[in-house]
Design a protein around this ligand. Structure first.
Ligand code: NAG
Ligand code: NAG
Length: 343
């Protein structure tokens, strides 16, 4: 069987074979015999309205992400590397927004990015809360395209900020749990994070446990509906159920801004291994990839074109991640910030 397939292939390659051997690279049978690389005349110019070098700011969270195993510095903060990989895999670079940096430095960095990601975690008060609120308000009130992705704690904080009720959260049992997403009846996925999901995968989201939940708080659809500010800012796209079958809002999308918030963790399926229930199937990994592609495609629409040098000085590449997955539980790799960052 294999032999039959190979015969015509070998014949068509035979002309190029000697040249290919000499270079130890395989030349494709283009039929031109050209050995010099040539620009294809069919490559059209890049869309000038898009930014093909998007940069995403990720806000660091208090602590070392590993319960003091990596750093006990009182001002340590961290970003789980999975969020960085999630953004990088979709074609963007990352600038850490270190939450306890002097505010003038922190907020200046917003001018260097094309979108912001709020991560998971536990901090819901103090300086961290103020910074999340500060970033959200600063950017949302400006009339520029500035995408924001808020994950887990990020989702919870946005509901607290927008509803102006710090007690809006309810308790749910959804620690280390994979779940489905139940789409609202009137949902139109156009313009949302789900717009490019293949129909098959979209369907499977509601039948297979393809998304990772890891939270003890949330907002029920009933509670969500009680707040006029929340309803007018966000459209509820999906709900999920906890281990007691209590239903909570799991994905929301802003009506008028490129803001999407998830109670679940789109980044974990492809990049975290420390929790037992994280789904790693091909479908689950595609969920990670489609969400990341959506976010970065929104960032490419940002008109912000920061000075290249300033971007390089602040990129996450100035830091090294630390492997902490060996001890089990939690994150596999984290970036820790315990020093003032260079600027
Ligand atoms: C942090 O403090 C704890 C408790 O004192 C200790 O067990 C741990 O080794 C410390 N971590 C580091 C990185 O020094
Ligand atoms: C953290 O603390 C160290 C030492 O106390 C200090 O030098 C540094 O500026 C602090 N870093 C941040 C980000 O606050």
């Amino acid at each position: 069987m294999w032999n039959y397939l190979w015969i015509p292939l070998l014949i068509s390659f035979s002309k190029e074979l000697s040249a290919a051997k000499a270079q130890s690279t395989i030349l494709l049978p283009t039929g031109t015999g050209l050995e010099e690389p040539m620009m294809s005349p069919s490559c059209s110019a890049a869309d000038p309205k898009l930014n093909f070098r998007p940069v995403i700011g990720i806000v660091s969270h208090p602590g070392d992400g590993a319960s003091g195993r990596l750093s006990n510095a009182t001002n340590a903060s961290y970003i789980a590397a999975s969020y960085v990989k999630f953004v990088e895999a979709a074609g963007a670079r990352v600038i850490p927004l270190i939450y306890n940096e002097p505010p003038e430095i922190l907020y200046n960095k917003l001018n260097l990015v094309n979108g912001v990601l709020f991560t998971g975690g536990w901090a819901k008060s103090g300086r961290y809360f103020d910074v999340i609120e500060g970033i959200f308000k600063r950017r949302m009130m400006q009339e520029i395209h500035f995408p924001l992705l808020a994950i887990c704690l990020g989702f919870e904080l946005l509901t607290m900020i927008i509803s102006k009720d710090k007690n809006i959260l309810e308790s749910f049992k959804a620690s280390d749990q994979a779940s489905t997403l139940q789409f609202m009846n009137d949902i139109n996925v156009e313009g949302t994070v789900f717009r490019r999901f293949p129909p098959n995968l979209l369907k499977k989201l509601s039948t297979d446990c393809l998304v990772m939940q890891n939270h003890q708080y949330g907002v029920s659809p009933e509670r969500f509906g009680e707040y006029k500010e929340l309803r007018s800012f966000f459209k509820v796209l999906t709900t999920s159920a906890d281990s007691d079958n209590k239903v909570y809002v799991s994905t929301v999308h802003a009506h008028n801004y490129p803001v999407t918030a998830f109670q679940w963790h789109p980044e974990k399926n492809a990049f975290e291994w420390g929790l037992s229930m994280i789904p790693h199937s091909e479908d689950a990994v595609q969920v990670t990839q489609y969400v990341a592609n959506f976010f970065v495609s929104e960032a490419r629409k940002s008109l912000n074109r920061p000075p290249a040098r300033k971007v390089l000085e602040n990129l996450i590449y100035n830091y090294s991640p630390t492997y902490c997955g060996k001890a089990g539980k939690g994150y596999d790799e984290v970036y820790i910030f315990a020093q003032p960052s260079a600027l």
